[in-house]
Design a protein around this ligand. Sequence first.
Ligand code: IVH
Length: 704
Amino acid sequence: MFGLICLRYNPGMDDISRSHYEELKSQINFHNYRYHVLDAPIVSDAEYDKLLNELKQIEAAHPDWVTPDSPTQRAGAKAADRFDKVRHPAPILSLANAFGAEDARAWFERVRKLDERVASAKFVVEPKIDGLSVVLHYRDGLFMQGATRGDGEVGEDITANLRTIKAIPLRIPLSQSANLSIPKYLVVRGEAFIPINEFDELNKRLEEAGEKTYLNPRNTAAGSLRQLDPALTASRPLTLLVYQIIYSDPEKTQGLGGKIPTSQWELLEYLKALGFPVTDVAKRFDNIESAIAYTETWNKRRDELPYEADGMVIKIDDLNLAAELGVAGKDPRGAIAFKFPAREVTTKLLDIRVSVGRTGVLIPNAVLEPVEINGVIVERATLHNFDYIAEKDIRVGDRVLVKRAGEVIPYAIGPVTDARTGKEKKYKPPSTCPVCEQPVEHFEGEVAWYCVNAACPAQLQRNIEHFVSRGSMDINGLGFKIVEKLIDTGAIKDVADIYTLTRESILEAVTKKDRKTEKEPPGKIADNLLSAIAASKNQSLPRLITALGMRGVGEVSAGDLARHFGNLDALSKASVDDLQQIEGVGPNIAEAIVDWFVRPANQKILKKLKAVGLWPSEVENGKKKEGALSGLTFVVTGTLPTLTRDGVKEFIELNGGKVTDSVSKKTSYLVLGEEPGSKFEKAKSLGVKIIGEEELRKLVLETK
Ligand code: IVH
């Protein structure tokens, strides 16, 4: 019974008609086009797979029916041992570059002088995709051959690889283009590429599988298209956009009377109607200025493009006029590439130097042959950590790809292995700290190596920077330069020495070298600094713990530790086990804390801090703290010069004051910052005393 039903609904493959097969094939090709070209599928993946399965079954039963435009034939070809050469039917030209609006205007003027018609020409602006130029041949609507650009005259036959790109139509659907003229022989040019999101996903998959990741979408696309095995190409997320007709036979396969468009704008529409993928970012303009303006908007919005674009192409719309302007070398005069500032360049890795971070972490830095990226000369780039160098197999002497995007520090993405000469040297991480020469250590579960010598001068500078930073003791005025000088003059040997600084020692540091460069008189700098240091003595225990910079201890765990142990004496006596009782403190952090307290240099710091009276204890929840601001109520409005909203609240509460949200007659002080809200008006009308951040600090200092 069951077999019978199956037979009725799923007749034997021998009974299938040829026309059903052809119909099924064009149906699948159509869905493929909706998905890969229009990005607008109308069937689910499962439905598509079902159709494709049926097609495969029919083809298995009727191998003689299979045509090259069958969707099953995309990745069918065998691996080759080399690529054949293909002579292009016309030169595959390149583009001259413009680096900014002035360059683009100069190009316009040059061509206008050659032909006055340029003055009233229209322009088409298209994205310049950073991919690989490919040339696609169609005979009678069927995809016959595909080639790389090569030297512009002769390219390589990569037909089998290109067939795997689903955005490339294997057949121009003639019926769909019924009212169009289709040349008997048509050669189009486009740019093959890997979309950024697909690239990121590809790399993520590789990373998870523990395999080597790719450098960037362009190199990956180029490498994928030059694979000898098409199955490999098929596994890469390549796609394509077309923008040019290289050759078209006057004899037509369809629409004998119709003409091939003679303007770039109509050409894009024509290619789209034939079923080719075409950019939807292109626009046509009546004059060069609006074309330039459009280009510049995309310069700002380039991150919105789904692919890497290295610029926009401005093309004279009238293709006959453009052709008449001719070529200069390999560059057609009728178009110009308006380049976006580069974000990636290759340069030589001259050396790898190691610097020491605050926690003693060793950071390898690339010393580069100076190179310009986006208007900035780049000579250094981060290499993250030693594992990164090993993973990417970065060698000294390599040409490396360096990226600088937005505000991030330039970093070396990886080596250009094709450019190797054999003289490159593998890098061996140092076994001692490059600054203090003490042995370095590695902690389990971490990729980083550390210098664990607390007295290491490199660490001292960073330790102090961290100690005085906003989230820590928040001492305004102890910037990089002055700290450097205070270390130089011997006034600071560890963080605790900040509290024994005298006016004289500060003056000596300020005046010692480059006093003229300081805007303020040294005396004022010293006084401000001393009062900022004095004010920091009121900072809470969590902040002091954060400031001491134990490895792995940030603001959150510092808060937990403070609440649990109440003061530094108790914390210093805690064992690894005790510490692990606290949520969020794992074995690594627990060990790092114990390790910190054991060190004699740190013991010395603690002794000194106690001696200067910097020994905060954590107040138990709910217990009110007595202090300089006890009994006073504060409201804060606007942005303060140094304290954050949370910071000022903490400061007031630490000193026994209370912070409320709205101004009333009971408010003792309004603390006023820049761009205050309505609270300012209210405070004035109620006659509430108004002070700034500095006066608030004074209030604490003077009542001490
Ligand atoms: S037009 C005569 N249009 O940029 C036509 N090129 O530096 C010359 N490219 O080799 C090319 N997108 O690979 C043109 N919309 C676009 C393009 C584009 C990317 C590439 C192409 C060319 C290179 C020129």
